[in-house]
Design a protein around this ligand. Structure first.
Ligand code: GTP
Ligand code: MG
Length: 553
């Protein structure tokens, strides 16, 4: 009982702070007054990382007495928080108040005796709980509450969307349903931390950090876990020492290029994960890619992981997206809807190829929001002009400087509704001159395309690169046609009554094929893309004549 008391009196650290933060964030209403007082990206990363280092992952029997489980663990020190989840078995994530508790727990664990098989003696923070006397505890064992780690079925999603009161509510509901939960985020940081333990066997003092949609605030439940191995933090490696007689030979042997260093490091870490990494399966070394990586499945967490190294610019891009996502509550709601829409129509795919990526789609939404009048998001150049000395950042010769303090950025005066923005997004890109213009969030305006790829989206930091170079003409055409059809459907719906038992608004747009949905707006023949464009124009001009604008609802 004493240990339970200790558990309760433990001061909440990160968890409590983050919950408080959630209370602030409110709903995705429009306007500037609801800006979330969010922490800086680097603060969140550091806090989460430290929290993950105090956390363990435990594979439990299917039925367990939660009370006894916590009593047992708190012998090693007070527990700050815990949750259970299912992923081919029951797992618990337990966060201790102090890091020493993890070592204490490790000191009493034993290596499994596997009979004919042999165990590799690697001490991880991923345990397997075997009850000695399951029968003695049977009376107390019960099914524990499990937090969900995956997105809802499409049936549930449609029910949710059809019950909403307005298109704005639909977008907000979609965001709330698909965004990463607090537990899922913790599990992502914990997984990185467990991989870091393995990498640290080769490179003591290294860090494995999550990036991409796990941390940029645009992640959907079930998205992959992008992580990168940071070696430049070891012993202030980047602080160039110019004096002294000793040159440290702690790096890999001299090799002809940075790329080969990256490949060598990933090659050994990949081998290590494959042979010794607890729960790491299906390890693939993809070392000849433009950005070499090791791909694997982390079985216990259920995450598909992509491990890279030497990838600081990608972390910076994640930080930039995080900032844009935090500036105005409409940003995330719109990005989520567009990402879901693109997925529903197979415009994006989990297989690499000629498809548009979620990263490119997010850039398109940011660009569109910079083009509104008044703008909803500032350009990257204006974020750079607000930066101070502390924000200055040059990576591999690229200027990645932008302001990090959200409070220094003036809120937008634009009050357009999500419904209007969704409609206008489709119209904007349904009519965009992709053949001659490039999308550029640094300047927030179209520019002449510097090369002939069908879709050109300038990489915000490596400005000579196109992040959508892979997109084929036919994929771009498909995007344009679907955007026009979706704009047309939303315009048609304006004029019709919404029925609660038929998909409407966002739900119509997410049905697998828009072509099939034309019947919902009482058209039998599939209208050709050009005809939709003309129809849209006629609807628009008549609505301007009749002054029935939906703006500012
Ligand atoms: P998901 O589809 O939800 O995984 O979105 P994501 O943003 O995580 O995208 P992805 O896993 O494909 O890539 C991870 C991160 O790598 C992105 O967030 C970007 O920071 C970066 N990235 C992806 N594609 C490119 C690219 O073409 N160029 C550059 N410079 N960075 C990229
Ligand atoms: Mg990703």
């Amino acid at each position: 009982q004493r240990s339970l008391l200790r558990l309760l009196s433990c001061p909440g650290t990160v968890a409590a702070d983050l919950r408080r933060e959630e209370q602030f964030s409110g709903s995705a209403e429009t306007g500037s007054e609801d800006r979330t007082p969010k922490k800086r990206f680097s603060e969140v990363q550091e806090e989460r990382r430290e929290q993950a280092q105090r956390t363990v992952l435990i594979h439990c029997p299917n039925k367990i007495s939660e009370k006894r489980f916590l009593q047992y663990l708190s012998q090693h020190g007070p527990v700050n928080s815990h949750f259970f989840y299912e992923s081919f078995g029951l797992y618990a994530v337990v966060e201790f108040c102090q890091k020493e508790s993890v070592a204490s727990l490790q000191s009493v664990t034993r290596m499994p005796g596997l009979g004919s098989e042999a165990a590799v003696p690697f001490r991880s923070r991923y345990f397997n709980l075997k009850l000695r006397n399951p029968l003695n505890q049977a009376a107390e064992q019960s099914s524990v509450h499990c937090s969900h780690q995956s997105s809802p079925s499409s049936k549930k999603l449609f029910e949710l969307l059809c019950c909403a009161e307005s298109v704005d509510d639909q977008l907000t509901a979609l965001l709330k349903t698909f965004q990463l939960t607090e537990e899922n985020t913790r599990l992502r940081y914990l997984t990185c931390s467990l991989i870091e333990d393995i990498a640290a066997a080769y490179f003591p003092g290294c860090a494995v950090r999550p990036f991409g949609s796990s941390v940029n605030s645009f992640g959907k439940l079930g998205c992959d876990l992008d992580m990168f191995l940071a070696l430049d933090e070891i012993g202030n490696f980047s602080a160039q020492k110019t004096s002294g007689n000793f040159l440290m030979e702690f790096q890999v042997k001299n090799v002809p290029s940075e790329r080969i260093v990256t490949q060598k490091i990933l090659s050994v870490i990949g081998e290590c994960l494959d042979h010794f990494g607890p729960g790491c399966v299906g390890v693939q070394k993809i070392l000849n890619a433009r950005c070499p990586l090791v791909r694997f499945s982390h079985q216990a967490s259920g995450f598909q992981c992509d491990l890279t190294t030497n990838n600081r610019i990608a972390l910076k891009s994640s930080e930039l997206l995080y900032l844009y996502g935090a500036l105005d509550s409409r940003v995330r709601a719109l990005v989520f809807s567009i990402r879901c829409w693109a997925r529903a129509h197979s415009l994006t795919s989990s297989i690499p190829g000629a498809w548009i990526t979620n990263f490119s789609l997010t850039m398109m939404v940011i660009f569109f929001l910079q083009r509104r009048s008044p703008p909803i998001l500032p350009t990257l150049d204006s974020l750079k002009s607000l930066a101070d000395a502390e924000d200055k950042c040059i990576i591999e010769g690229h200027n990645c400087t932008f302001v990090h303090d959200l409070n220094r950025i003036k809120p937008s005066e634009n009050t357009e509704s999500l419904e209007l923005l969704l409609k206008e997004f489709f119209e904007y890109f349904g009519n965009f001159a992709f053949n001659k213009n490039s999308i550029n969030i640094r300047q927030g305006r179209e520019q002449n395309k510097p090369e002939s790829s069908p879709l050109h989206i300038q990489n915000p930091f490596e400005t000579s690169l196109n992040i959508s170079k892979n997109v084929s003409q036919s994929q771009l055409q498909k995007f344009v046609e679907l955007a026009r059809e979706s704009a047309w459907i939303l315009h048609q719906e304006d004029k019709e009554c919404r029925s609660s038992n038929q998909p409407w608004g966002l739900a119509t747009l997410l049905l697998p094929s828009v072509t099939n949905n034309i019947s919902f707006v009482k058209k039998r023949k599939k209208p050709a893309s050009e005809r939709i464009k003309n129809l849209l124009e006629s609807i628009k001009s008549s609505s301007t004549e009749n002054s029935t604008d939906t703006n500012g609802k």
